[in-house]
Design a protein around this ligand. Structure first.
Ligand SMILES: O=C(O)CCC(=O)C(=O)O
Ligand SMILES: [Fe+2]
Length: 356
């Protein structure tokens, strides 16, 4: 863990939301009881803890890569900035994204590394990266991305089977040989300076843009707003457990059966606030050409879900994954904010555009 070897425990006196604990090895082996539990998590909150995922060592190395990168001078990091046109890959400086429609700025900095760039390294597919990323591309980043992409795809295939999709349908929508927005992200939030409210969003309320997220963190700060609640609740980090969640693409493909829940990041709670907060995600997203609409022709279960949905517009879009993704990235950039209307253009399936 960069920067910290020991840190205060997660406080007892903050509201937390319990998640189901899913054993990756059992799900992979086809254990029906475990898959029932996984299905419940995926169709209620869309978040779960994942144990036995086999990524811990690679995660530690990825955090080292993140620390080496964030330690570079800002001027150097800015040479690799995402830009304001809707590309996600590269460095994002603190404050470069808005966190709500008032244009409040985020406080996190992060480095996003494209799956395509990592797999094709040293040949750039989308862009080039800082020296600290290049140095670890072959022996830290590529293995982490390959392992994480496999975890996500195995889990997605299990959900696909329950949805009644033919084997390989979701794999076809997430082919490793088609360019996509899939990426890994290492995030640093600075220690909370005195005077900043515990409620100040470090990373604004959002649903994830793609299909599935494999997330690792040590300090608290991640919060969800569970369906039917108006309160933010912390997800308590558990040693050895990843936090996984579904994104908008799976919500749309499944006609709303699978959930993509609203979440945000605030400063680490209690005494943890004095430490920098690091997190690491692998986002699996559909191939660039995949159209984001409910797969009603592939499953009567999905067709039924859409038939009874109150608002079906989100399930009938003709946006490709590439368009959807670029729009969401572009309109959350601070530079592009021209009022609430631009902010709304950054939104996906969030049904609470006022939450922040
Ligand atoms: O840092 C975290 O715990 C979550 C980050 C997140 O939600 C995201 O990057 O989409
Ligand atoms: Fe997220």
């Amino acid at each position: 863990m960069p920067g910290i070897t020991a840190f205060p425990p997660f406080p007892e006196n903050v509201p937390t939301h319990p998640l189901l604990v899913i054993d990756y090895q059992l799900v992979k082996a086809g254990d029906e009881e475990e898959i029932d539990k996984f299905w419940k998590a995926a169709t209620t909150l869309g978040f779960w803890y994942l144990k036995n995922h086999g990524a811990d060592e690679l995660v530690d190395q990825m955090f080292n890569m993140g620390a080496e990168t964030m330690d570079l001078p800002l001027e150097e990091k800015l040479k690799f900035e995402q830009g304001d046109d809707g590309m996600s890959f590269g460095y994002k400086a603190p404050g470069a994204n808005a966190t709500d429609e008032s244009g409040a700025r985020d406080t996190v900095e992060f480095i996003n590394i494209s799956q395509d760039d990592a797999l094709a390294f040293p040949k750039p597919v989308h862009r080039t990266y800082p020296s600290t990323v290049n140095a670890r591309m072959a022996w830290t980043i590529r293995p982490f991305i390959e392992h994480s992409a496999e975890v996500n795809l195995v889990l997605m295939e299990v959900l696909a089977k329950r949805l009644g999709f033919r084997e390989g349908l979701l794999a076809d929508k997430h082919r490793l040989d088609e360019t996509s927005g899939s990426e890994t992200r290492c995030i640093k939030n600075p220690p909370r300076p005195g005077g900043i409210s515990e409620e100040k969003a470090a990373l604004g309320a959002h649903t994830d843009f793609g299909s599935m997220t494999f997330l690792h963190n040590r300090l608290g700060g991640l919060q969800v707003m569970p369906p039917g609640s108006d309160n933010w609740q912390y997800i308590k980090p558990l040693p050895g457990h990843a936090v996984c969640n579904l994104g908008d693409a799976m919500y749309i493909f499944s006609g709303g059966i699978l959930k993509s829940n609203l979440h945000r990041v605030v400063p680490a709670p209690g005494a943890q606030a004095a430490f920098p907060r690091w997190s690491l995600a692998m986002f699996t997203r559909p191939g660039d050409s995949v159209v984001l609409r409910a797969l009603t022709e592939e499953s009567p279960i999905v067709a039924d879900a859409v038939k009874y949905a109150q608002d079906t517009s989100i399930f009938e879009s003709d946006q490709t994954s590439k368009e959807w993704f670029a729009r969401r990235i572009k309109y959350q950039r601070t530079k592009n904010q021209k009022g609430p209307e631009t902010w709304r253009q950054s939104r996906g399936t969030e049904h609470r555009p006022d939450a922040a």
